[in-house]
Ligand binder design. Structure first.
Ligand SMILES: [Zn+2]
Length: 882
């Protein structure tokens, strides 16, 4: 392993700054690290794959939680309320100097840096209406006097004496002290225990909940301590002492907050062209909510135009804004911001991006889900795996390949999601070697699902290999620290981790014909292989989860990444029991969990998950789906990109599973047809009701699951339906069924770590679709041995009960609200029972399950026998034969 210790902190910090900070000004590397720390490593190519850190301690001393103080654009509280410029800081400073006190030079410097932003912001507020109350007036006067009588250091002491945060830049200290003395000392944040502060027209927590989530607690009416203000003995100032004495025993006044009046505070907005209402109307709305309107595009925050404007070629302002790179947003931005009492992110209302060549328009997450699907389902995968050069670098066309040295593959991808501060970004960094020893650094960072907003650069390092590597070292170091702190410290790249996302490596639609033509397999088997090895079912599955991002190889994660995800799920499963149902602690738990999850599995639509059902749908089932897609990626590899004569047969061989069509006139076929027809019920998807018809049946046998010879000797054997997504099928056939990841008290997971099947084809059919426009699917039939004794449950088992089943490896039958008519059941070969019969109401009318479910805990007790190809047909519609 490359020694990274020899590199100084400085190099690291510089590189952090460069990596995380292109185009954006930040005041220091600490904040950058706070940002960097939350970046999870998605597919990572650095020889190590680190999904995340689980606690601040695990990432080493460098990553102790920092309090990020907003040092820029802090505005003065009193000035905001007064509505005119009260330049307090210079006064306190001169006061300090008069008294000969030391203001740390660092603070001074930051104060100088801040001032331009500050005065600019204050100017924008000069035009505010002056309807302020007596309390506000008194407060303003108090602030003025306080500034004249106290130094910042004294304010820090007073804050400390009243158990308030006394750290941070001068500006923050002054306004914190003013607020505390006039309105009362604030209680700490009820969520994370940090300091609450008046910021952006609300009291907001300044803390970090965990390294994954900024605390999002905010309120208009914070809790305050009731006692009198403590003044340390060494502060002798008469004014302050007198003031405190005067107010002793009196109730603190409540701070009035006109949140709505400041939605557009500090913003300069230009209106362009014809809008749905008059410019006058919009101007009034903007000004009423604290913004300013400008007639020219120069220097404005954004240009507002109607979407119709664009189709007419745009007016002068529109074109100028495009030229200057000023955001052009729709009128909805104004209306939505007012409705939500908060300026909405401009990017979400962008109407100009798709005018720009190669632009893709609105961010995917803002599109209608079906439109998003159209955009992504066939999109080219830009980063397909560890050795894949990002397509946007265009260096693959020059014969570029990912640079490798000393066992390190210089290719990284990260993602971070922090819902609280509306951050959902990814970052990719690669070293690419182009023939003739020209080493390039490719870097891309941007909001997930909004390619137009991404920053990109390609840097030519020529033959300066060490310089290029240095850019990477901080990341390597960081990754290594995180990975080794997880105990294993395995740093060598496992072969398995090098692969290609099946969305890229799988059979593309255009290759279908040729692949089938050259296939030596039985035509019906080659038909199945074509589907299982095609890109489509995997793209479809990821699309459903809004995880089909072209920039991140979700289909080609490392094993470690998946393992982390599983650990994370299990940890939550444990912690969730002690989380209250609602309130700030619950909010914090779910926000943090969602942030972590959507950092690990990036999506265009992150949201705050809540409750077991959403954990089951998104986290548990999401993980299983992605895991199985990754398996398909490994199995298929790059056979379709190679020059093999018969890639489908190649995949079939690798699958290690014999697949044989079952003849239509055979007993087995008839038996299965009967079982399907009896136990199927129309499935309703949105508004359409689907019936089902049998298309074909395959008998399957694999070393991955127990042979019939073994199963037939086990007790209580039943032939059961297993619902599975098509994208999971290849893995099942390759490796057999895997038990559920954990217990969750919802259908599908209520039996704990079990393989769950049903006697109703209707249950299995819920999962069976292969693609949106292709209503075909596969149901699995497996023989399961339920053991000597079968336990029946009629309600949702708790975690402990499920653990008991698991330990004893007993067969469990969850009784559904509907059951199959027992009088029709029959026995198939070797004593295998077929619980085939029409669906009738059971005695368990109020049970949690619709159909009977059977849980088996030992994979050795389940063997996949048949793959049943079905076609879903919309009911009440005539089916025309081809
Ligand atoms: Zn907090």
């Amino acid at each position: 392993m490359h020694s990274v210790d020899e590199y100084s902190n400085n190099v690291r910090n510089m590189a952090y700054a460069r990596i995380m900070d292109t185009g954006k000004k930040t005041s220091g590397w600490k904040e950058i690290i706070v940002e960097a720390r939350r970046f999870s490593v998605v597919p990572a190519g650095c020889g190590v794959d680190v999904a995340m850190s689980t606690s601040s301690g695990s990432v080493g001393a460098l990553f102790v939680p920092w309090q990020v103080h907003e040092t820029r654009s802090r505005t003065h509280a009193a000035a905001q309320e007064e509505g005119k410029m009260v330049s307090k800081k210079p006064k306190t400073e001169s006061k300090d100097q008069e008294k000969g006190q030391h203001v740390p030079s660092k603070n001074k410097k930051s104060a100088e840096e801040e001032s331009p932003t500050k005065s600019k912001k204050l100017k924008a507020e000069e035009s505010e209406p002056n309807g302020k109350s007596a309390v506000v007036k008194e407060f303003t006067e108090f602030c003025k006097a306080l500034g004249e009588h106290l130094s910042v250091e004294e304010m820090r002491k007073i804050l400390q004496a009243n158990e308030q945060d006394a750290s941070g830049p001068e500006d923050a200290v002054v306004s914190r002290c003013e607020d505390m003395m006039f309105y009362g000392p604030l209680e700490e944040c009820p969520v994370c225990g940090s300091q609450v502060e008046f910021k952006g027209w609300k009291y907001k927590c300044t803390g970090i909940y965990t390294e994954w989530a900024q605390c999002t607690f905010s309120t208009n009416n914070p809790s305050r301590k009731s006692g009198p203000i403590e003044i340390p003995d060494d502060i002798k100032d008469d004014y302050v002492r007198k003031w405190v004495k005067q107010h002793e025993g009196k109730k603190f006044p409540k701070r009035e907050i006109d949140e709505e009046g400041h939605i557009f505070s500090g913003m300069m907005i230009a209106l362009s062209g014809r809008m749905s209402r008059t410019h006058g109307y919009f101007k009034e709305q903007i000004m009423k909510h604290g913004g300013k309107v400008n007639n020219s595009v120069l220097g404005v925050t954004c240009v507002v135009a109607s979407p119709g404007e664009r189709s007419q070629g745009g007016s002068g302002g529109f074109a100028e804004a495009l030229e200057r790179g000023t955001p052009v947003v729709s009128e909805d931005w104004i209306l939505d911001s007012i409705e939500k009492k908060k300026a909405q992110p401009l990017a979400a209302y962008d109407i100009a991006s798709d005018v720009v060549p190669e632009g893709r328009g609105l961010p995917l997450g803002k599109l209608d889900p079906s439109e998003e699907a159209i955009e992504t389902i066939a999109a080219e995968v830009k980063l397909a795996g560890k050795r894949s050069v990002h397509k946007d670098s265009k260096l693959d066309k020059d014969g570029g390949s990912i640079f490798e040295k000393d066992g390190i593959i210089y290719n990284c991808a990260f993602a971070v999601c922090d819902i609280g501060c509306e951050m959902n970004q990814y970052c990719i960094m690669q070293l690419i070697m182009v023939p003739e020893n020209r080493l390039h650094l490719y870097y891309k960072k941007g909001p997930i699902g909004h390619d137009q907003m991404a920053e990109e650069r390609v840097e030519d390092f020529g033959s300066r290999v060490n310089d290029a590597i240095e850019e990477f070292v901080p990341f390597l170091r960081w990754l290594l620290e995180m990975s080794s702190s997880h105990g294993k410290g395995k740093r060598s790249l496992r072969r398995r981790d090098i692969g290609i996302d099946v969305r890229h490596g799988g059979l593309a639609l255009r290759q279908m014909g040729a692949a089938a033509l050259h296939c030596k397999l039985d035509p019906s088997v080659s038909f199945l292989m074509k589907q299982l090895c095609g890109q489509e079912i995997y793209r479809y599955a990821l699309m459903e989860m809004a995880q089909d991002l072209p920039d991140l190889p979700i289909g080609m994660l490392t094993d470690l990444h998946l393992k982390r995800a599983e650990e994370m799920l299990l940890e939550w499963r444990q912690n969730v029991e002690s989380v209250p149902e609602s309130g700030p602690a619950a909010d914090a738990f779910w926000t943090e969990m969602s942030n972590k999850w959507f950092s690990l599995f990036p999506t265009t639509r992150p949201y705050t998950m809540r409750g077991f059902e959403q954990i089951a749908d998104n986290v548990a089932s999401g993980l299983e789906t992605v895991r199985d897609i990754n398996d398909a990626s490994h199995l298929i590899g790059d056979v379709f990109g190679s020059t093999l004569d018969d890639p489908l047969s190649e995949c079939y061989t690798k699958l290690g599973c014999s697949i044989n069509p079952v003849a239509e006139d055979s007993e087995d076929y008839k038996m299965i047809l009967k079982y399907l027809e009896k136990t199927y019920e129309p499935v309703k998807v949105v508004d359409v009701v689907y019936g089902v018809s049998l298309e074909r049946i395959y008998a399957v046998e694999s070393k991955a699951f127990p042979p019939h010879e073994k199963i037939k000797n086990l007790p209580n054997k039943v032939l059961l339906w297993c619902g599975t997504r098509s994208s999971n099928l290849l893995r099942h056939m390759h490796k057999g069924f895997l038990p559920a990841v954990c217990h969750l008290p919802v259908p599908g997971y209520m039996f704990g770590k079990a393989i769950v099947c049903s006697d109703a084809a209707a249950e299995a059919a819920r999962y069976g679709f292969t693609a949106v426009d292709r209503p075909e699917g596969y149901l699995v039939l497996a023989v399961a041995s339920l053991g000597e004794e079968i336990t029946e449950v009629t309600s949702t088992p708790g975690a402990e009960e499920a653990e008991g089943f698991e330990e004893k490896k007993m067969g469990v039958k969850g009784v559904g609200r509907k059951t199959t008519d027992e009088s029709e059941h029959f026995t198939w070969r070797d004593g295998v029972k077929v619980p085939c019969g029409k669906l009738v109401p059971s005695m368990n009318k109020n049970g949690p399950l619709e159909y009977n479910e059977y849980a088996v805990f030992d994979p050795k007790q389940v063997s996949i026998c048949f793959l049943v190809g079905v076609k879903y047909e919309e009911q009440n519609m005539e089916v025309v034969d081809e």
